[in-house]
Design a protein around this ligand. Structure first.
Ligand code: MN
Length: 400
């Protein structure tokens, strides 16, 4: 089936393709309208890490779990214990996500808030987050701001930009050596008039201004309808400003749907741009592939396994694009032949190849099927319901 690419090369690329899971993806979460609780949902950081470790156990490609500072840590508690716990489950702590949106003081924004005391509050939280990152040996702080305004005239947009610049410069310089800071953008929600970092261009300007350790984070769900995400990705890689991804899919706006569930071809094209850059000699090894999904309807561990397997399949297809043929078609400006190169890779069935890759790692060929027969979900549902009942409450973590 693979004619132009050595199987070992493909398997080496798959070996290097690691997907980071979100701790918040294992907890009970919901929309702003309601939460549907699941008996197996994780309530504590211990349970979230156990779930993330389970996904890694079946997929073999999720060695890290991202954490959310307010949801996963108690201030003043030694965070190194969390790193030890992750190690016990065969994984490590990945990106540390501070929380600049839940505190009551953030009603009118965090770092862009006109009130200096609120900005100082956000600053202290960032310093705590850096300390946690050091304690758990994470090299990444991942930033998303809900900052924005809901009504014209509510605040001076340019003044808010200045405050954001100030905070990011200061924080950049407070990072430990070797640490990086990812800046995420989102067109709207929760702010409905203007959002302080609304698109990749603004994230780029803020990151560039902050310093070398700051890069742009592309959340695949955070774009206006019709936007060409792979173009953004190719541009950012070429500028050496792509820090990583938050994988999910969307039909309307930031729906947090399973990666590749709506438009797998678009996700494939994004991977194609990454592989194109790599084949052209760009260093893409620092790009972080992270999931940002929080399932309200699907069983959480199953949804993560489904996501990761989909990401692996689409990445493998992007690796399989015959780039010699593609370059030739492009040189001849033969649009049809060029497009067919992408389509034939996209429609290649890579399931057997991935099964073989898994066999080489002593993994089951079908991670989802193997997980289902393991009985993990029923077991943790029993255990977690019992713990919750003993505590006299229901679950769980909040989500925004
Ligand atoms: Mn995100």
């Amino acid at each position: 089936m693979i004619t132009h690419m050595d199987r070992d090369k493909l398997f080496a690329l798959l070996d290097a393709f690691a997907v980071e899971l979100p701790s918040w993806g294992f907890a009970d979460t919901g929309t702003r309208f309601g939460k549907f609780l699941q008996p197996a949902a994780a309530s504590t950081i211990e349970e979230k890490i156990a779930d993330a470790g389970t996904v890694h156990q079946y997929t073999g490609c999720c060695p890290r779990v991202a954490v959310h500072v307010l949801w996963d840590f108690s201030m003043g508690v030694d965070a190194t214990a969390t790193a030890d716990l992750a190690a016990k489950h065969g994984i490590r702590i990945g990106a540390v996500n501070p929380n600049f949106f839940e505190d009551q003081v953030y009603k009118f924004g965090s770092v862009c808030n006109p009130d200096e005391s609120v900005r100082e509050h956000a600053h202290r939280h960032m310093m705590d987050s850096i300390a946690i990152a050091k304690a758990v040996k994470s090299d990444t702080i991942s930033l998303w701001f809900a900052d924005g305004t809901n009504y014209p005239g509510q605040d001076e947009i340019a003044s808010r930009k200045g405050r954001m610049h100030g905070a990011l410069r200061q924080w950049h310089d407070a990072l430990a050596p070797g640490m990086k800071m990812l800046i995420e953008y989102k067109p709207f929600d929760p702010a409905f008039y203007h959002t302080d970092i609304t698109d990749w261009g603004m994230a780029y300007v803020f990151a560039k201004d902050a310093g070398r350790k700051a890069k742009v984070l592309v959340d695949t769900g955070h774009h206006l309808p019709g936007q060409n995400i792979e173009h953004i990705v190719a541009f950012l890689i070429d500028e050496e400003m792509l820090g990583g991804f938050h994988f999910n899919d969307r039909k309307y706006a930031d729906d947090d749907l399973t990666f590749g569930s709506i438009d797998p071809y678009a996700a494939f094209r994004t991977f194609c741009e990454i592989r194109n850059a790599a084949e052209a000699g760009k260093d893409v090894s620092g790009i972080a592939y992270m999931v940002d999904q929080s399932h309200n309807l699907k069983p959480k561990v199953e949804a993560m396994i489904q996501t990761v397997v989909m990401a692996q399949e689409l990445y493998a297809k992007a690796c399989l694009v015959d780039r010699g043929k593609l370059r030739d078609a492009q040189a001849r400006t033969n649009t049809i032949d060029a497009e067919e190169c992408l389509k034939s890779a996209f429609f290649t069935d890579v399931k057997a190849l991935l099964a073989e890759w898994r066999k080489g790692k002593s993994l089951e060929a079908d991670p989802l099927g193997a997980y289902r027969v393991s009985g993990y979900e029923a077991r943790v549902a029993r255990e977690r319901e019992a713990v919750r009942a003993a505590r006299g409450g229901t679950s769980s973590t909040s989500y925004a």
